[in-house]
Design a protein around this ligand. Structure first.
Ligand SMILES: Cc1ncc(COP(=O)(O)O)c(C=O)c1O
Length: 485
């Protein structure tokens, strides 16, 4: 019908064929089309319009006429309301950590409802405050931070990062190999844009921190997800990695310690990844933003320290390990065999120059933050706040019938598994919405982390135990009767 939006057209076509979201996902899976339930929910909510190739696949799958979806586009092009359309580069880019469930929570809050938030890894609102020394040092340097810095960052900041890299055993790192960024987020985007041509493939864990998939997709690349295996402590499945490598695979992303599973990879696992990267000439991108939030006397190893013959890019920053997320301080370190990547490094430099530099007051505290007493240690030792919260949340999850989880060892996340048969869950976003509406508790569903099945969700255990207890009581209550429709 004239005036119908793409979302309405899609819904009508699905209804006509009695096709549910899950049917489309299964069909797409069979035909090798990268289409998850979150994608379809976003299309149906009208927030995202699929890419051309996905529209053409939907046309065939739903048996509608060739111009069924196009017709709407042509007509809407002449209508004022959709004159300015977002770039098609954003088609299939998802970032559900701040997606539709969070939007509903915001609406509920605007209407005066108090929401218990277990959804975002932002330490400050939960009382993890920036050490006074850092605030003092930033304020006393503010007048010296009025101009742009070198595009890679201030000398003092990069020197401190370089020394940090040396202590962690990263090979062959000079001052020129260090880039500061407005959080690791900016550098993930930059490193993907500089590398990927249309159709290039990059291996990214599933579940992942979804910015990696989003930035790889935005850059024109194809995010190919390798499975992390819950039965094996959420470690990457090496056979799955090997099976997914082909001539277009350029790199592998490792997130260690991991968001959302909270696990830390031992050296043996890292060595196996290095061996695969070596055999197949892959770049290793290692996101280590939680490297100092490691509990149980375990030790974090930087994968780059095991790979002096490969080209590695290691990411870290102050948002998590120093709990200073709002100042937007991150960095990346190039290491190992840089000759392999001289052309790519030129691309990185070009993009780094184009953004002029990262926030200079933020850079000015890197030296203070990385040196001397690490206040964050008091949170992770026995009796420390984060460790107590971790122990509490793990026990609480285990006690709820129909829930189970791998015990997290690092960061501040747990990724529980839902017994989907017991709760009849076929749509995890719906589960998150139902929990929010019923109990005012906000979590992120597993699909938000590019996890294919609807059987997981992530809890951020930064809130104090009293709040966590209240949340878990509500969750237990909710699940004691929940059956998804
Ligand atoms: C694994 C991982 N990498 C990167 C980031 C982004 O960090 P930043 O605040 O430095 O942009 C996050 C934030 O949650 C994360 O979990």
């Amino acid at each position: 019908m004239y005036g119908e939006s793409f979302a309405e057209k899609l819904k009508n076509a699905m209804d006509r064929r009695g096709c549910k979201q899950v049917d489309l996902v299964n069909l797409a899976k069979k035909e090798g089309i990268p289409l998850g339930k979150s994608h379809i929910s976003q299309y149906l909510s009208g927030k995202v319009r699929p890419r051309r190739d996905v529209i053409s696949w939907l046309t065939g799958a739903l048996e509608v006429s060739e111009d069924y979806f196009d017709e709407e586009e042509r007509k809407s092009e002449s209508s004022y309301s959709s004159y300015f359309r977002k770039s098609t580069k954003l088609d299939n880019v998802l970032y559900d950590v701040r997606g539709p469930v969070v939007e509903l929570a915001r609406e509920m809050e605007n209407n005066g409802t108090h929401i218990l938030k277990l959804n975002i890894g932002n330490p400050a609102p939960f009382g993890f405050r920036t050490p006074d020394e850092i605030i003092y040092d930033m304020s006393s340097q503010l007048t010296e931070c009025e101009g742009y810095s070198d595009s890679k960052g201030l000398f003092s900041a990069r020197k401190a990062i370089m020394q940090y890299a040396q202590l962690r055993g990263l090979p062959n790192v000079t001052m020129e190999d260090i880039y500061t960024g407005n959080g690791v987020s900016e550098l993930i985007n930059l490193s993907m844009s500089a590398l990927l041509d249309n159709g290039d493939e990059i291996l990214i864990p599933s579940p992942d921190y979804p910015l990696w998939t989003a930035c790889a997709t935005l850059a024109g690349g194809k995010a190919v997800h390798y499975i992390c295996n819950e039965e094996n402590n959420w470690y990457p499945d090496m056979d799955d990695i090997r099976n997914k490598i082909n001539s277009r695979t350029k790199a592998i992303v490792v997130i260690n310690p991991n968001n959302p599973t909270g696990v830390l990879y031992p050296v043996e696992i890292l060595e196996q990844i290095v061996e695969i990267a070596r055999q197949h000439k892959l770049i290793i991108f290692s996101d280590e933003i939680y490297d100092r939030l490691v509990m149980d006397d375990l030790k974090h190893t930087s994968i780059a320290s095991l790979a002096d013959d490969l080209f590695c890019v290691t990411f870290s920053g102050l948002s998590k390990s120093h709990m200073i997320a709002g100042y937007r301080v991150g960095w990346m370190i190039l290491s190992g065999n840089k000759k392999l990547a001289s052309d790519y490094i030129q691309g990185i430099n070009m993009l780094s120059n184009m953004r002029l530099c990262s926030n200079v007051p933020g850079q000015s505290i890197i030296q203070t933050a990385l040196g001397g007493h690490q206040s964050v240690n008091s949170y992770i030792i026995p009796g420390g706040r984060l460790r107590e919260q971790r122990d509490f949340i793990y026990d609480a999850v285990q006690q709820i019938p129909g829930l189970s989880a791998v015990r997290p060892q690092a960061a501040f996340y747990i990724f529980p598994k839902l017994d989907i048969k017991r709760f009849n869950i076929h749509d995890d976003e719906q589960f998150a919405l139902d929990l929010l509406k019923e109990k005012k508790v906000l979590i992120v569903h597993g699909k938000g982390f590019n996890w294919a099945d609807p059987d997981h969700f992530r809890i951020v255990y930064l809130p104090r135990i009293e709040i966590l207890r209240e949340c878990m009581e509500k969750l237990a209550d909710f699940l004691s009767v929940y059956k998804q429709k």
